[in-house]
Design a protein around this ligand. Structure first.
Ligand SMILES: Nc1ncnc2c1ncn2[C@@H]1O[C@H](COP(=O)(O)OP(=O)(O)OP(=O)(O)O)[C@@H](O)[C@H]1O
Ligand SMILES: [Mg+2]
Length: 258
């Protein structure tokens, strides 16, 4: 069973950046096979990872629904869906990526969605780690069949209000009955030492701080020239920070060299 790491946080806090750094850190720490799941319909996860997506799960589902009752070769819809989801997983040397794309209309928990959820749960089982980049809410997580995540990283900006929003997201995860193994705060674009006001706000949340990520001009540069974060230098400050976080969050990796 894969160890699932999900990223959450309000808009623009650095979820996608952190998710891509987590994928890279896992690989550098010798974590084995990693599936990156892009669960944000407007996401840039593939860009942050430096790969292109041919087809999203949403597009595959649409095609299936449009074909009404005929699937090529008379295949069952389940088999057709499974085949296509496997076909459109982006494979790279370091990780695989599955883009969810746009889900079906709100409230539509129909046959097709169930089919998709089952296929994705099956797919995830064949990896050691799954890293899910989410949109600002927790919709994707609440739609999964396997709703448990082993580690929920809630990304916040370095501001008291941001920390409080992160705490509300943590409560929302409970309200949505998402089973969370461990949950952590990650403060992005933070300067150490943290301001006492920020430290106090973090303590108030009751959510442990996994670590902080500094503002990194190499990330800005990657963004500027459209490069993925796998091209960051190994000693880039944001990557060094995330590597240390992953080593401490995942006991099995903690003996690896950080
Ligand atoms: N530590 C950092 N140093 C420099 N730039 C950063 C850092 N973290 C994030 N950024 C930049 O900030 C912008 C927003 O980050 P990102 O896309 O990761 O946020 P997000 O939370 O995923 O946003 P959205 O809610 O839109 O999905 C990006 O341009 C990213 O390159
Ligand atoms: Mg994002």
């Amino acid at each position: 069973m894969a160890f699932t790491i999900a990223l959450a946080g309000k808009g623009g806090t650095g979820k996608t950046t952190t998710a891509a750094l987590v994928v890279r850190a896992l690989r550098e720490l010798g974590a084995g096979s990693v599936l990156a799941v892009d669960a944000d319909p407007n996401s840039t996860f593939h860009e942050a990872l430096g790969v292109t997506v041919e087809r999203s799960v949403g597009e595959i589902t649409e095609e299936m629904l449009q074909s009404v009752d005929s699937t090529p070769g008379g295949m069952s819809k389940d088999a057709w869906m499974e085949l296509n989801i496997h076909r459109y997983v982006v494979e790279s040397r370091e990780f695989d990526l599955l883009a969810m794309g746009r889900p079906e209309g709100a409230g539509c928990y129909c046959y097709a969605n169930n089919l998709v959820r089952g296929c994705i749960d099956d797919l995830q089982r064949s990896y050691k780690y799954v890293v899910i980049d989410n949109e600002a809410g927790l919709e994707h997580l609440s739609r999964r069949t396997t709703r448990d995540v082993d580690a929920l990283l809630i990304v916040s900006d370095a501001a008291v209000r941001g920390i409080r929003t992160a705490a509300r997201l943590s409560e929302l995860a409970d309200e949505l009955k998402i089973g969370v193994g461990s949950r952590y705060l990650v403060v992005n674009r933070a300067e150490e030492p943290l301001d006492p006001a920020l430290v106090a706000a973090i303590e108030e949340t009751g959510v442990p701080l996994l670590g902080t990520i500094p503002s990194d001009e190499n990330v800005t540069r990657c963004d500027l020239i459209g490069d993925g974060l796998f091209s960051l230098p190994e000693d880039s400050p944001s990557l060094v920070a995330v590597r240390a976080m992953i080593a401490s969050a995942i006991p099995a990796l903690s003996e690896a060299k950080v």
